[in-house]
Design a protein around this ligand. Sequence first.
Ligand code: FEO
Length: 170
Amino acid sequence: MLSQVMQDAINEQINNELLASYTYLSMAVWCEHEQFVGCSHWMRLQSEEERVHAMRLADFLLARNGRVVLQAIGQPEADFESVVQIFEKALAQEQVVTKQIDGLYELAFNEKAFAALVELEWFITEQVEEEKTAREIVHKFHMVKDDSAALLDLDRELSGRVAESGSEAN
Ligand code: FEO
């Protein structure tokens, strides 16, 4: 049985992942409104992935006979300046999530919650990948700058993202 402090922390991370999902959805609809359909597609898939992350934590909590207590999700930002800024914010968000996961891992270590440590290792690996992917896309946007043709190419490239197994296709 997980301690109450561990259960509370996992519930908090479920909320963090759902807020990340909501934020990516907000970014997706902004992109689509601005006719960047490839960026929107990428963000929709990312939003779905974050929901899967939340469910993964919820399922873990349930499997350990814990209580999942869903909390209100904060309002995501809705106004953005550009697709470049959106991906910069996505990278910053992933860096925040990495810190949250690290904190959760440290807590699980201190609480001697060994099953939680194993579960959280998946998230640590996932964060390495998510930060790397976001950083690479930001770098490409910085190289493209205001070159319209190159921007369209990059948007087309991002439209090619496929859903990971376990998350729904879009
Ligand atoms: Fe679930 Fe992108 O962190």
